[in-house]
Design a protein around this ligand. Sequence first.
Ligand code: PLP
Length: 348
Amino acid sequence: MDVHASLTDVVGNTPLVRLNRVTGTVPAPVHVKLEYVNPGGSVKDRIALAMVEAAEEAGELRPGGTVVEGTSGNTGVGLAMVAAQRGYRCVFAIPEKSSAEKIAVLRAYGAEVIVCPSDVPREHPAHVHSVAERVAAETPGGWLANQYDNPANPGAHYRTTGPEIWRQTDGRVTHLVSGIGTGGTITGTGEYLKEVSGGRVTVVGADPEASLYSGGDGSPYHVESIGRFRHPETVDDTWPRSYHPAVVDRFERVSDRDSLLTARRLAREEGLLVGGSAGTAVAAALRVAAELGPEDFVVVLLPGSGRNYLSKVFDDDWLRGLGLGLLDDEVPSEPSPTAEARIAGGAL
Ligand SMILES: Cc1ncc(COP(=O)(O)O)c(C=O)c1O
């Protein structure tokens, strides 16, 4: 028999697939790691499981306890899945701009959702992270996952994602390309691959042009879940402890236009329905691979599914509203400052 005792046994061990069409004449092979194949649908299943296990081991999360996090995105889904499977209560503080589908998914897993204002600085008591901290502190048995500062986040990638890539490529991987949200993925995977290869693997951060991580001004951008945006009134912009900046050897800065265009091409030309942040990573990887040779081996992490973005990246009217000239019938223009600017904050 080929059966699993628990859903959490099938987290990780995701496939690595070669890109064949969007690569055109690029000389180096580019392979993508399909994290949407995880049971909760994204790379965040890995850290959800690792953070819960670490909290259980440390005695911070006990039977009857409550898992709390400030998130509307994939981490929430991963935590809700693990919590449901282990019998924990689950509460998420989410920004009000979150799509109805995202809220519905969390509720479908039995989670409670507290909707918070989207446009407040980090210091504000109504900010998602402030609310999550308060709920965790005031709930008996409450435990805050805190993916931004939890060492189990990069730790999960060091223990699983990195070794998988090394094994799947037979040690041939030369370049790792990943976006940076909390930084857990690039930090854990990158540190492992550098160590095991004796420093031979180059780690490339794929970052939105405006993101603070690669030296941008922190102004809003449209690709969700990666990069670092700064609310104009935020005073203390401490970077997440899950991100170790030294792991990044080089950045590729990618425009919204390139990211969204690449995500759409991945669906139409490769059959890979992935989100905008995957578009950012592949756009960066194609630039890197163009400079390399056939002996190199590029691996790109694709964090989640495009199903979360059917009303955005894959919706022609939404794209037209951005005015980026992405569609054949659209005349490119400067992005309108009034265009709905969905940004990274709180979207992980
Ligand atoms: C779709 C997507 N892309 C990229 C990331 C960034 O990953 P990390 O937080 O490990 O840096 C996330 C994080 O949730 C994500 O959901």
